[in-house]
Design a protein around this ligand. Structure first.
Ligand code: CDP
Ligand code: CDP
Length: 204
């Protein structure tokens, strides 16, 4: 595939966006940006005492390699800074430039198909029940040595989903032209195959 093409993958916390995005990007030879890392990097700096606006304006790509961006505390901080319009505006140009790169780009997040790339060549909305998502995230955190409980992870996921869906600016919702993939009862391989088929259908 030649030239610039953009694939937008949105959905709630721990739905499998990252796993699917990496596989879709590899399949089509495209680059991948996990836009959640931008908000996590800002959220992490706020936990260290910066203001959200200053942290977003000062963000550099190296910040996305910071340790501990995957922690539950950083996830909650990310969703709190993500409601602030100036924070979202400061992160926009980087995402636009990434989306335009030659050779294709896959971006995953909450507002890629609705706000960042409304003209994307293919849009997917990846979701699963809150219980399934919390179970997956709990297993991930447990495997990386984080001490938590399923109930705590479920409460965190529901709290973040509610904040992401209810905010005024760029709320989490499927674009009207997105293909919705519910992975609640799918293996990773099945979800990836469904995503690749949906992208191929959308691109004709
Ligand atoms: O990026 P997002 O937060 O949406 O999710 P992820 O990090 O890709 O996936 C969360 C966890 O669920 C990972 O440990 C995946 O391996 C797992 N997963 C799964 O068990 N079954 C799927 N169909 C998709 C993801
Ligand atoms: O991996 P997971 O799905 O749990 O979260 P993430 O994609 O890393 O996103 C962390 C938080 O950043 C979300 O809960 C949103 O509040 C925010 N976010 C956003 O507002 N817009 C995006 N495009 C991506 C993330």
């Amino acid at each position: 595939v030649k030239g610039a093409f953009t694939i937008a993958i949105d959905g709630p916390a721990a739905a499998g966006k990252g796993t699917i995005s990496r596989a879709v990007a590899a399949h089509f030879g495209a680059a991948h940006l996990d836009t959640g890392l931008l908000y996590r990097a800002v959220g992490a700096k706020v936990l260290l005492g910066m203001t959200p606006e200053a942290a977003a304006r000062a963000l550099v790509p190296g910040d996305l390699d910071a340790p501990d961006l995957r922690s539950p505390e950083v996830a909650q901080s990310a969703s709190r800074v993500a409601v602030i319009p100036d924070v979202r505006a400061a992160l926009r140009e980087f995402q636009h430039e990434f989306a335009r790169r030659d050779g294709g780009a896959v971006l995953d997040g909450r507002d890629i198909g609705t706000v960042i790339c409304p003209d994307a060549d293919a849009k997917l909305f990846v979701t699963a029940s809150a219980e399934v998502r919390a179970q997956r995230r709990f297993a991930e955190l447990r495997d990386s040595g984080v001490e938590t409980s399923f109930e705590q992870v479920l409460a965190d996921v529901k709290d973040r989903d509610a904040r992401d869906m209810q905010r005024a600016e760029a709320p989490l919702k499927p674009a009207s032209d997105a293909v919705v993939i519910d992975t609640s009862e799918m293996s990773i391989d099945e979800a990836v195959a469904a995503a690749i088929a949906a992208v191929e259908a959308a691109r004709g």
